[in-house]
Design a protein around this ligand. Structure first.
Ligand code: IP8
Length: 265
């Protein structure tokens, strides 16, 4: 792809209230749509997380462990439905801000094998991008060729799409400023790391804690593990705090912004 594609993830912790079941953060969704619209990016794929919509339902039915008994099947439907409820709110905001957004439902175009993407239908998305559309995907319940079904994280999708479409950058919009030298929530003097290499990440040189909230896909630790293959392909990855105004806007524009840049090295 010749135009510089950005793959942007909006974390579930940003667009929902993770402490309250199925509660969107409409103000944050609206602000995100506004920032993306203002940034006028030429080629974009958007992926959003599940937050308090997908994770709790998926956990209730133990979906991440795969198919064990028929009583879980309704949980597959309910998890997907929860995600579509959140997605419709994101879509409304994006389109109301004149973003040419179009939903691509992962449950209908991805099959995993033991939780890893085995096949993904890329052709429609390629055409969408060529048409100036912005494909919007999300973490979802998907069919799995080994364990029946799986929970596909938005993070795994981000890395796969960035690699498949040769993205120039990945922007991860979460609820922390980036990676720290220690746990920033522990009260001790944690410093934000502005730039890390893949080597630092692999050696766990910096503090990367798993999420404490109900997160069936592993929080920050899971996120970093998922992104490694994309960073290995030289796709620069930036973690920013999307709960703070203009961070996502600046990140898209390539302006200086508080966050952590992860590079191959
Ligand atoms: O929030 C998980 O997506 P994530 C989505 O990107 C579900 O990890 C359905 C739990």
């Amino acid at each position: 792809m010749s135009v510089k594609l950005i793959v942007l993830k909006l974390g579930g912790s940003v667009i929902t209230d993770k402490k309250k079941l199925s509660t969107p953060n409409l103000e944050a969704i609206e602000r995100m749509a506004d920032e993306i619209s203002q940034a006028k990016v030429s080629s974009l794929i958007l992926v959003h997380g599940g937050g308090s919509f997908g994770h709790q339902v998926a956990k209730q039915y133990n979906l991440a462990e795969g198919y064990r008994d028929p009583s879980q099947v309704i949980g597959f439907s309910e998890t997907h439905r929860a995600m579509t409820k959140l997605n419709i709110l994101v879509m409304e905001a994006l389109i109301n801000h004149n973003i040419n957004a179009i939903v691509v439902q992962p449950s209908s175009c991805v099959v995993t094998k033991a939780g890893r993407i085995q096949s993904i239908e890329l052709k429609p998305m390629k055409k969408m991008l060529n048409m100036g559309l912005v494909p919007v995907l999300y973490g979802d319940a998907v069919l799995d060729s080994e364990k029946g079904f799986a929970i596909l994280s938005g993070d795994q999708l981000v890395a796969s799409l960035a690699i498949n479409f040769g993205a120039s950058r990945i922007i991860m919009g979460g609820d922390v400023d980036g990676l720290y030298t220690a746990d920033p929530k522990s009260g001790c003097s944690a410093k934000l790391v502005q730039r890390v290499t893949l080597e630092d990440l692999k050696n766990q040189k910096h503090e990367i804690k798993g999420s404490k909230a109900t997160d069936v896909t592993g929080g920050m630790l899971g996120k970093m593990r998922e992104l490694i293959p994309a960073i290995e392909q030289n796709i620069q990855t930036l973690i920013v705090n999307a709960t703070k105004p203009l961070r996502v806007y600046k990140a898209i524009k390539g302006e200086e912004v508080i966050g952590t840049i992860i590079e191959k090295g």
